[in-house]
Write a protein that binds this ligand. Structure first.
Ligand code: PMP
Length: 359
């Protein structure tokens, strides 16, 4: 029996994708081998990887002057790779701090000797807000402006693209990539770990504008060097082949759903259903400013915190799992990525109502 899995990541994947992977696991494309067992340099896997890249570019509308890279090391690796590729020690880089993940990105840049300028810091609201459009300015000498479109722990999401002027805009889209259309062209660099909306963990995707290639510090390890990865078609070393294959299957599934417009509308409906239930109740509370509420990670607390573990256990019994909030903040977090269906949200809302009535 499949449960509704609200995990923040690794997260639920489309059942159709899992079943297809299962069906073709032991004999992939008539090769008599699984995709796990073939050479990444063989023509079959190269075609599989090219297919995933092509679909990714098509669905997101990636312009031709951007490279799509399949990397490893997670978004955490990119926290360091960004300053290594885009700046020299002592250079200035601007960051927007909206919570724990942007905080980690800032720390990693500091460790690379970057003078970080935090141009907007939402600490005063306990990271329940994003800066208002136009409320901050970026030094034109900054090497880039980094932001986190969706804070997975705080449940805070930008509903606009920050204006960085002529400074390259860099985004950690780990927890909202492929959840709705985005304007790639207003960004210079986008990166995301795969384990929320793109497949299993182990694969990191980067979209890099061509003019940012070739600027890496000489000490940058080859596997973090965007130019070297681009010129080797992301095959400088052994890539995460199973993750790339599953990305391809997931993208085919997204296409069958109607693409990112359709998914965006569905994700909005899911989020609205959950926030409406929270707002209508006396027991549940979401602390995030309405315009900054995440459509992917819905966080809430119970007015009696002692009820939180009772809620989590009762939900699990009802087949609604992984609702416990991040260990650093407690409460409840329902991650409702692409593959979590509306029926899952409806089941959660029904459980929340029953629970509130009983307590
Ligand atoms: N950024 C965001 C927004 C995330 O949600 C996460 C992981 N949950 C990370 C970065 C870190 O990603 P990884 O574990 O792939 O390094």
């Amino acid at each position: 029996m499949r449960v509704y899995n609200f995990s923040a990541g690794p997260a639920t994947m489309p059942l159709e994708v899992l079943e297809q992977a299962q069906a073709e696991l032991c004999d992939w494309q008539g090769s008599g081998m699984s995709v796990l067992e073939v050479s990444h340099r063989g023509k079959d896997f190269i075609a599989c990887s090219a297919h995933a890249e092509e679909l990714f570019r098509e669905l997101l509308g990636v312009p031709d002057n951007y490279k799509v890279l399949f990397l490893q090391g997670g978004a955490t690796g990119q926290f360091a790779a960004v300053p290594m590729n885009l700046s020299d020690p002592g250079d200035t880089a601007a960051y927007i701090n909206t919570g724990q993940w942007s905080g980690k990105a800032i720390k990693a840049a500091l460790a690379q000797g970057v003078e970080t300028q935090v141009v907007a810091d939402e600490e005063a609201s306990s990271y329940t807000t994003v800066p208002a459009p136009g409320s901050f300015s970026v030094d034109p000498g900054a090497r880039y402006l980094h932001y986190t479109p969706n804070e997975t722990i705080g449940g805070v999401e930008f509903n606009y693209v920050p204006d960085a002027g002529d400074v390259p805009l860099v985004a950690d889209f780990s927890s909202s990539i492929l959840s709705r259309p985005i304007d790639v062209a207003s960004h210079a660099l986008i990166y995301a770990g795969a384990q929320k909306n793109m497949g299993p963990s182990g694969l990191t995707v980067a979209i890099v504008r061509n003019d940012l290639l070739g600027c890496a510090r000489p000490q940058t390890p080859d596997i973090f060097n965007y130019q070297k990865m681009a010129t080797s078609d992301s095959m400088l070393n052994t890539p995460p082949t199973f993750g790339i294959y599953l990305l391809g299957l997931t993208l085919e599934w997204i296409k069958r759903q109607g693409g990112l417009e359709a998914l965006g509308a569905r994700n909005q409906a899911k989020a609205d259903a959950l926030y409406n239930a929270i707002d209508a109740s006396a027991l549940y509370h979401n602390p995030v400013a309405p315009e900054a509420r995440s459509r992917m990670n819905v966080v809430f607390t119970l007015s009696d915190p002692e009820l939180t573990p009772v809620f989590v256990a009762g939900a699990a019994e009802a087949g609604l799992v992984n609702l416990k909030g991040h260990r650093s903040v407690g409460g409840i977090r329902a991650s409702i990525y692409n593959a979590l269906p509306l029926e899952g949200v409806e089941a959660l809302v029904a459980f929340m109502k029953e629970f509130e009535a009983a307590h």
